[in-house]
Design a protein around this ligand. Structure first.
Ligand code: FAD
Length: 386
């Protein structure tokens, strides 16, 4: 066992940190207020090859694994906060394509993914299914060598700007399959070719990565854009769900550290009763607790990412990482708010933004109740409650 990061990992950390830290803090504040895409962050990450981390070398990527992706996500969010979420869907798309894409789809999309030319989104959630993902009804019907898609998705992050969508559909109705996990299929949809109707949601979190409602009316998807086998989409989805949990956990740790570092600086500077407020244990202890919880969450992120790279079962660790890191980030952000006192509520101090963004991570990509349900039923083997 070796807990030391390799020289390569330290170099990745430093390179990403250097290029994100050059962006002034005011930038993140301004784009959050305007709900604007983090173009500057995207440009820097793309120019330096950070979208190609898990793209195989033969398609122009670095051919690295998910440990490396999680380090990039962690470093980018440690400076850029939730804007680092722009890395998430491209990494998921690269994984899905590498494992499940047709030869044509790999050749078509992987090189551009590696160059950072494709904004991506992942479309799973539906208004009438919610966390009961297997109840989705968006359908894909095969006709003359292509699939015709009808239905609706909601909360699809970056769909309004995306070039590529990873789309979950039903290819066999739920009442025609033996198990509810059967009959699903996952597609890559080229959104610039055929555009579904997309309506932006005025959201209050992760505003630089806005979300959308998406309506599909007879949208046509070529056969070669099917990922994996028809009706076997659950396998494709679960393989990227675990990575999604690991990467959002890495982002949670980064956002929590941003909030914590800011709070520590303020606790040292703010003088009340003639001494820094950070001299009071009532201020110190909550910050010390947040530090320990963030560090231990990061260990779980690394373990889960390492398991994924070894192609080992990582469902428990990936879920645990998402749960623990979201909790730790929320604690850190909440305690940063308390440390700042009234000043926490002034936008210019940023902590309210970290607090808002951290809050989402308790509800998505998987709400913590569903993580607890998973661990209770699948790990502890308690009776399934739903
Ligand atoms: C800002 C934002 C961005 C998002 N981005 C994306 C995206 O890019 N792509 C995408 O597909 N989705 C996205 N989502 C959707 C997100 O994953 C879902 O909102 C989330 O999974 C919860 O689904 P729901 O809102 O339908 O909750 P519901 O299914 O309506 O559930 C409501 C609450 O009840 C709880 N609950 C339900 N059933 C049970 C049970 N059996 N036991 C205990 N508790 C239960 C849930 O945990 C939840 O807390 C995003 C959401 C937000 C807010």
């Amino acid at each position: 066992m070796d807990f030391e990061e390799s020289e390569e990992h330290q170099l990745i950390r430093k390179s990403v940190s250097d290029l994100v830290k050059q962006i002034p803090e005011s930038y993140w504040r301004e784009i959050d207020q305007k709900a604007e895409f983090p173009q500057e962050l995207w440009r820097r990450l793309a120019e330096n090859g950070w979208f190609g981390v898990n793209v195989p070398t033969e398609y122009g990527g670095a051919g690295l694994g998910h440990v490396e992706c999680s380090i990039v996500m962690h470093e980018a969010s440690r400076s850029g906060g939730s804007s680092a979420n722009i890395l998430l869907s491209p990494y998921l798309a690269a994984k899905a394509l590498t494992y499940y894409g047709s030869k044509e789809a790999k050749e078509k999309f992987l090189p551009d993914l590696a160059k950072g030319k494709l904004v991506c989104c992942i479309a799973v959630t539906e208004p009438n299914a919610g966390v009961d993902t297997l109840s989705i009804t968006t359908s894909a019907v095969k006709q003359n060598g292509e699939y015709v898609v009808n239905g609706q998705k909601v909360w699809i992050t970056l769909a309004h700007l995306a070039d590529l969508m990873i789309l979950l559909t039903r290819t066999t109705p739920i009442d025609k399959v033996k198990r509810r996990t059967q009959g699903l299929s996952v597609f890559l949809v080229e959104l610039k070719k055929q555009r579904p109707r997309i309506v932006r949601i005025e959201d209050v979190v992760m505003r630089t990565n806005s979300s959308n409602e998406v309506f599909f009316e007879d949208l046509r998807v070529p056969e070669e854009n099917l990922l994996g086998q028809q009706d076997n989409g659950w396998e494709v989805l679960t393989s990227i769900f675990n990575l999604e949990r690991v990467l959002t956990a890495a982002m949670s740790v980064g956002i929590g550290e941003l909030a914590l570092n800011k709070a520590v600086r303020y606790a040292n500077e703010r003088i009340v009763f003639g001494r820094p407020i950070g001299q009071n244990q009532g201020i110190q202890f909550p910050l010390a607790e947040a530090k320990m919880l963030l560090e231990s969450s990061w260990l779980m992120v690394q373990k889960a990412a390492w398991l994924l790279d070894k192609n080992k079962i990582a469902a428990f660790e990936a879920n645990a990482a998402a749960f623990l890191a979201a909790r730790a980030a929320n604690l850190a952000a909440d305690r940063a708010m308390q440390t700042y006192g009234g000043m926490a509520y002034a936008r210019d101090n940023d902590v309210e933004r970290y607090w808002r963004d951290a809050r989402l991570l308790r509800s998505g990509p998987i709400p913590e109740e569903m993580t607890l349900n998973f661990v209770a039923a699948n790990v502890l083997r308690l009776p399934k409650s739903y």
